[in-house]
Write a protein that binds this ligand. Structure first.
Ligand code: GUN
Ligand code: ZN
Length: 440
């Protein structure tokens, strides 16, 4: 199918509501998105767009459903898909007890293939069309993810984890091997189809200064790839970083000193950041991934979204599910927790600002505005169809909504994978979910 269209209630953004206010939201109560060769060619009121469609152009109608740009997950670990809901530990113990053993299993390529399949199934079931993904230390685990994403034409960003200390021996590389392997993977994958590469030092405690130095050098050689890591998630982690890097005044200074901050650098968490840290992110263009379900689950703390998004020194922010410390693949469920965390930190995230973070805001954070995250003509046709009648309670509640703003907020409070009616990847409706089981 080349030229085709979908019809429903359209929502997207033309600007940043944190800076420009709520009028950045665009809404067509009965709209059409026209698609050709995987890209959006026209968007607007159904009556108007109909007139421009070729004769016999197929139009798929989703009456009563919202059509939005696909959700974007700016921080997630595919190898941790099988360990969601591991009881009782905070970050550093959780890594040792649960995350590292799960990642060690990915040395076995068939297991990595099966996990990549299950992971991509979950993204699509949840209406997520782009993700920034941690793989594992094994280069083959990167191949497993990108090969699976290519089969589905998904726009994913991912990379091999760099870790040369303070982790189990089976998961360690060296400064040199991490540089060489990452460089080879950039050559193999970056810009191939819809794949983009991210240089992925796990976090400061598991890299020597030599490894971070080489990571910075590699980024300088390939400035169009991403940097993806963790920052200031947990109090014990922050204390450990102070011990390991006594010459750095602040956690983020460690990354800054190795040339690892800037546009296309994305750091997950940022729970324990001070004003000067947000200012550094603002000035350098460094993005933060807000991971509320993970931060609550591991008891890490409350991200200060209000401080991060202050209009006078706006920091790029996306939402991260952070599976497997996070508890849901759903960006809607993630927004539900983001609202509660915002309440606890003195701001009230509304449906407009929340939906922006899930779509265009995340695209901005990933330096992909104009490519994804919007329904504007020229963008890739990655879209999600959301059904406000998907559950009895949603239906009951949605019927009372007086405005699109109210409906967006209700969806972010009550919605999850059940509300996802369809996911479109580069213009094609993604095939139905295939049940997966644990890799044997
Ligand atoms: N910090 C370093 N590694 C990890 C990880 O795998 N998950 C989370 N949540 N934080 C981390
Ligand atoms: Zn993480």
């Amino acid at each position: 199918m080349s030229i085709h269209a979908i019809r429903g209630r359209l929502v997207w953004f033309t600007a940043d509501p944190f800076v420009d206010g709520a009028r950045s939201l665009r809404h067509e109560a009965d709209g059409i998105v026209a698609i050709d060769a995987g890209r959006i060619t026209r968007v607007g009121p159904a009556a108007e767009i109909f007139a421009h469609l070729p004769e016999n152009c197929p139009v798929t109608h989703y009456p009563g459903c919202l059509i939005s740009p696909g959700f974007i997950d700016t921080h997630v670990h595919y190898a941790q898909t099988g360990i969601v809901g591991a009881h009782g530990a905070q970050l550093l113990d959780w890594l040792t007890e649960y995350a590292y053993p799960a990642e060690a299993e990915m040395a076995d390529r068939p297991k990595a293939d099966a996990m990549a399949r299950a992971f991509c199934d979950e993204l699509i079931r949840n209406g997520t069309t782009t993700a920034l993904v941690f793989c594992t230390v094994f280069p083959e685990s990167v191949d497993a993810l990108f090969e699976e994403a290519a089969r589905r034409n998904l726009r994913l960003i991912g990379g091999k984890v760099l870790m040369d200390r303070n982790a189990p021996a089976a998961l360690l590389d060296t400064a040199r091997s991490s540089y060489d392997q990452s460089k080879a993977l950039i050559k193999k994958w970056h810009g191939r189809g819809r794949a983009s590469y991210a240089i992925t030092p796990r976090f400061a405690p598991t890299s020597t200064p030599e490894q971070l130095e080489l990571a910075g050098a590699l980024w300088a050689e390939h400035p169009d790839v991403y940097v993806h890591s963790h920052l200031s998630e947990n109090a014990a982690e922050c204390a450990w970083v102070r011990e390991l890097f006594p010459d750095s005044d602040r956690y983020i200074d460690v990354y800054e000193s190795f040339g690892l901050t800037g546009r296309r650098a994305v750091y997950a968490h940022g729970v324990h950041l001070a004003d000067e840290d947000f200012a550094l992110c603002h000035h350098t263009g460094t993005a933060l991934a807000h991971c509320p379900t993970s931060n609550l689950f591991l008891g890490s703390g409350l991200f200060n979204l209000g401080a991060a998004t202050r209009a006078d020194r706006r920091v790029h922010v996306g939402l991260g599910t952070d599976i497997g410390a996070g508890t849901s693949f759903s960006i809607l469920a993630t927004l539900n927790e983001a609202y509660k965390v915002a309440q606890m930190t003195g701001s009230a995230l509304d449906g407009v600002h929340g939906w922006y973070l899930a779509t265009r805001g995340a695209a901005e954070a990933l330096d992909l505005a104009g490519t994804i995250g919007s329904l504007e003509p020229g963008c890739e046709a990655d879209m999600v169809v959301v059904d406000p009648q998907a559950t009895p309670l949603l239906k009951l509640r949605a019927e009372r909504c007086q405005s699109i703003e109210e409906l967006l907020f209700v969806l972010m409070t009550l919605g999850d994978d059940r509300a996802i009616r369809a996911t479109y990847v580069a213009g094609a409706k993604a095939p139905a979910y295939v049940t997966t089981s644990n890799p044997q």
